[in-house]
Design a protein around this ligand. Structure first.
Ligand code: G1P
Ligand code: ZN
Length: 550
């Protein structure tokens, strides 16, 4: 085998979005498309490392969610890594590693960084999406400075260094060699499971299952399956069959692996049966998202974060208390109320997990979460689906209470933040940009305006001043905040691959326990109408309602 240097030409549009470079599989299948991006990444890493050595002598972690093209991409990346100075790659067996597991392995093995192959919750298969993301040595997504540098490099890259070695045996555990680089195929679950053992009371959980506690985890034919099976069924003694759709499939068996009530409808209907298990949960394509479900009861991610914060001291890994909490701006303010009551710092960041990284690294927060079914803690630098599920399991074990009763009690104590997100998908890009531009222009006139019984007390385009590195992120979403705590937020998705997706986030606060059980969409119907009145959503998109409301 030898290292080849082959000429290449730049591709337009290789700018990573909210969470890496995501495109249709057909785009990634173009000759040199993946190679250009990875070569650009390696060029930037080689040029930017402070010691001048770059990747030389370093270890990278590699794995993906098993979607279509995962196995081919793994082989290509190994050959590129071997030709660009990497000393060692830790590869998940079969090319498999969940996103939180990549983060855990980078941290546990003190690797230089890692590459995650995933398009998260986007559908997979030949007609679906593929994605690639780089994580740094803290285990978290690369900074915007780095991803921008990679993007710039993709525009000027002219050659690819790649080994012509034959494919590696990626299903066989152990060490192999490619050029001078070692490839160690590792058990994808082991490091992650060890971390979970440190955080949760596994004896308590084993006791719960031994006494007949029932649970259903829907892994949606995605990468969370092997993790949930090994930990829940293997180590904790949950009955075989507790984890369903547990084998990662290249096309997720046709499922849309996004754990929300719409896409995980099977789990929702199962949990509504009279013989429903005690606890239900689902994860997304790369197992960083989670949905928590009680009997005929779905917990919103915003409430999940608030309850975790309120009860953290009951969980062994957090018994010393929390340093602080953080939520993305569109996530409901339910956690703010708990933080205030407990005297904890509470941060509001732009959408995207990467903004939590600095706060976690600086020891300012322990828990963080997003409305988009993402919750996590300082144990890794990604959100973590199975971690959230184990947290809720441990919480039920420690309190002896069901999911439903825990949430109802929470609302009685803190009040309820009614919350929904309306997605308008496949909107023409110009129409979506026009809507946002006009809204931004209208902001000064909206301040102080009265809508029914509510008055707008804040109308702005959210900007974030990172308290750790003082960087500023502007234009992160238009906010209308009302005098009664209600919020209406507009932003465009940064992860979609077709047209634009307008996200509308609606929230209202209800302190009165007698009014805390209204169906969510009715409770927020007036705010939805207000949003349409202000932004002309129906008129501009030609859609009479959202494509998805969760
Ligand atoms: C979406 C979610 C966001 C999450 C991201 C990656 O981004 O809204 O919370 O961090 O996926 O999972 P968006 O498409 O809204 O930019
Ligand atoms: Zn994901």
């Amino acid at each position: 085998m030898t290292i080849q240097t082959t000429p290449t030409q730049a591709f337009a549009g290789q700018r990573p979005g909210t969470s890496g470079l995501r495109k249709k599989v057909s785009v990634f299948l173009q000759p040199n498309y993946l190679e250009n991006f990875v070569q650009s990444l390696f060029d930037v890493l080689n040029a930017s490392a402070p010691d001048g050595l770059g990747l030389h002598g370093q270890t990278l972690v590699l794995g993906g969610d098993g979607r279509y093209h995962n196995r081919v991409a793994v082989q290509t990346i190994l050959k590129l890594a071997a030709a660009n100075g990497v000393r060692r790659v830790l590869l998940g067996q079969g090319g498999i590693l969940s996103t939180p597991a990549v983060s855990a392995v980078i941290r546990a093995r003190e690797a230089f960084g890692g590459i995650v192959l995933s398009a998260s919750h986007n559908p997979g298969g030949p007609d679906g999406d593929f994605g690639i993301k780089y994580n740094a040595s803290n285990g978290g997504p690369a900074t915007e400075t780095l991803t921008e540098a990679v993007y710039a490099r993709t525009q000027t890259v002219t050659q690819i260094n790649i080994s012509d070695a034959p494919d590696l045996a990626i299903d066989t555990l152990g060490v192999q060699q490619i050029e001078t680089m070692q490839v160690e195929v590792i058990d994808p679950v082991a490091d992650y499971a060890a971390l979970m053992r440190e955080l949760f009371d596994f004896d308590l959980l084993r006791g719960m299952f031994a006494r007949g506690f029932t649970m259903r985890v829907d892994a949606m034919n995605a990468v969370g399956g092997p993790y949930a099976k090994e930990i829940l069924e293997g180590e904790l003694g949950a009955p075989v069959g507790t984890v369903v759709n547990a084998t990662p499939l290249p096309d997720f068996g046709g499922l849309h692996p996004d754990p929300n009530p719409v896409n995980a409808e099977n789990l929702i209907s199962h949990m509504a049966r009279s013989d429903a298990p005690d606890f239900g949960a689902a994860m997304d394509g790369d197992a960083d998202r989670n949905m928590v479900v009680g009997r005929n009861f779905v917990v919103t991610p915003s409430d999940s974060l608030a309850l975790m914060t309120a009860h953290a001291k009951l969980i062994p890994g957090y018994k010393a208390g929390l340093l602080g909490v953080a939520r993305s701006m569109p996530t409901s303010a339910a956690v703010d109320r708990v933080a205030r009551a407990l005297g904890l710092p509470c941060f509001e960041t732009p959408t995207g997990w990467k903004f939590f990284g600095n706060l976690l690294d600086a020891g300012r927060v322990t828990l963080c979460g997003e409305e988009s079914y993402g919750t996590g803690s300082s144990h890794v630098r990604e959100k973590d689906g199975l971690w959230a599920i184990l947290f809720w399991l441990n919480l039920q074990g420690a309190t002896g209470r069901s999911v439903e009763s825990l949430v109802h009690e929470h609302w009685r104590t803190y009040g309820r933040n009614y919350y929904t997100r309306h997605d308008y998908e496949g909107v023409a890009v110009d129409a979506a940009n026009g809507l946002m531009a006009d809204l931004r222009a209208a902001l000064p006139g909206l301040l102080g305006r009265i809508f029914g019984s509510r008055c707008v007390v804040l109308a702005d385009d959210f900007a974030y001043n990172d308290p750790v590195d003082a960087s500023v992120s502007k234009a992160q979403g238009v906010r209308l905040i009302f005098d009664d705590g209600a919020r209406v937020i507009f932003r465009l998705s940064g992860t979609g691959t077709e047209g634009a997706t307008l996200r509308l986030y609606l929230e209202s606060y209800e302190a009165d326990p007698a009014r805390q059980d209204i169906p969510v969409q009715s409770a927020l119907a007036d705010l939805a109408a207000l949003a349409d009145q202000v932004a002309g959503i129906a008129r501009r998109t030609g859609m009479s309602g959202p494509s998805v409301a969760t």
